[in-house]
Design a binder for this molecule. Sequence first.
Ligand code: NAI
Ligand SMILES: N[C@@H](CC=O)C(=O)O
Ligand code: NA
Length: 430
Amino acid sequence: MMRTRPLKVALLGCGVVGSEVARIMTTTADDLAARIGAPVELAGIAVRRAGRVRPGVPEHLITTDAEALVNRGDIDVVVEVVGGIEPSKSLLLSAFEQGASVVSANKALLAQDGTELHAAAAAAGVDLYYEAAVAGAIPLLRPLRESLAGDKVNRVLGIVNGTTNFILDKMDTTGAGYSEALEEATALGYAEADPTADVEGFDAAAKAAILAGIAFHTKVTAADVYREGITEVTAADIASAKAMGCVVKLLAICERAADGESVTARVHPAMIPLSHPLASVREAYNAVFVEAEAAGRLMFYGPGAGGSPTASAVLGDLVAVCRNKLAGATGPGDSLYTRLPAKPMDEVVTRYHVSLDVDDRAGVLAQVASVFAEHGVSIDTVRQQGRDGDASLVVVTHRATDAALSATVDKLRALDSVRDVASIMRVEGE
Ligand SMILES: NC(=O)C1=CN([C@@H]2O[C@H](COP(=O)(O)OP(=O)(O)OC[C@H]3O[C@@H](n4cnc5c(N)ncnc54)[C@H](O)[C@@H]3O)[C@@H](O)[C@H]2O)C=CC1
Ligand SMILES: N[C@@H](CC=O)C(=O)O
Ligand code: NA
């Protein structure tokens, strides 16, 4: 039977995502009510600046006082699509104190203070859901937390930032410049308010922390994630990847150590072979592989950014927390029982593509090769191209630790014959 008293929703933020949430809530109100078992009413929309034209958004609901909206005493669910740490964190804590459940898309906040926020939600007996925070529209956190709750996840690997995938894809396929591609991604609503978060890998690192925490049932924060963005990726790297039958992607990789005693989480650009399914992930799409002991390898794919896809995930959570409210229940919260420490990047083992500018003379190749050998880094292939007076040397290694590779590169830099270490990129997916 349908409850007639509506569940009241406070929407915090009405930008790229918030305006789509408001639109879908308004245009699909009857369907949402039928699925939930009660009408949902948009009780207020908090924004930073009133007076902006927001097509389709009921003007009378707009307020600039988010705190007053959350604390007005009759809010059942707070939807936070503001972003950033403050005032979002304080608003969420106020919501819990008021007995409201929360739906958020805020990966930066969840990756920094997720444990504290989950504890506050649990103490208040309400929900904290955030499917939109990782990989946009793709149902990923709920499958990890719920569908795979009976399995043991050992690895999560994928493309989790739409903006950087869009930029790398444009640079690779159309030869677009970096700035031009970033501008387009921003205009399409993919980028964060400060796109540094995207291009320097902070956004993907926050998502990796959230994924690792849920997958391995342990606390992982953004500070535990090794991070490199795409700002150093050059057209030469992309061309070199092509020459090797590879493409450059920004990857997030979360792994349980072979001995099961620790986890690692890292975000960095990597070359992956064109034959790998991630190589064909275009534009702002995301794709994530989850490797679990019983299930094997699962792939999640779909739109990873943009107002409407992200709003889809927010609305899915809204329906879930409303259903829980009506049932007088809460969904699954944090699960941190394994308490596995996050291991430093030094111990991570992978392959490397090292591009060097060297003197074009006899003996240099042997000298370079001996530095790799000294550090126990075995060479897979070497490509050399002579230029006027110098040469470009591209070395691809077999698997080695990050520590061994770093020591190798330090020593190479000290060689007179090495003019520059032009780039170092990991090679994954083989
Ligand atoms: N745009 C996307 O593709 C995706 C965004 N997200 C996340 O969703 C959240 C929102 O992102 P966007 O909509 O893209 O950002 P946006 O910058 O377009 O919108 C932010 C909204 O928050 C409001 N706001 C800012 N400070 C405020 C304050 N102090 N009080 C009340 N309102 C305030 C602004 O007025 C604006 O309406 C962020 O956490 C972002 O990381 C998550 C997945 C995808
Ligand atoms: N800026 C983010 C938005 C979605 O999380 C991205 O580009 O992926
Ligand atoms: Na998602």
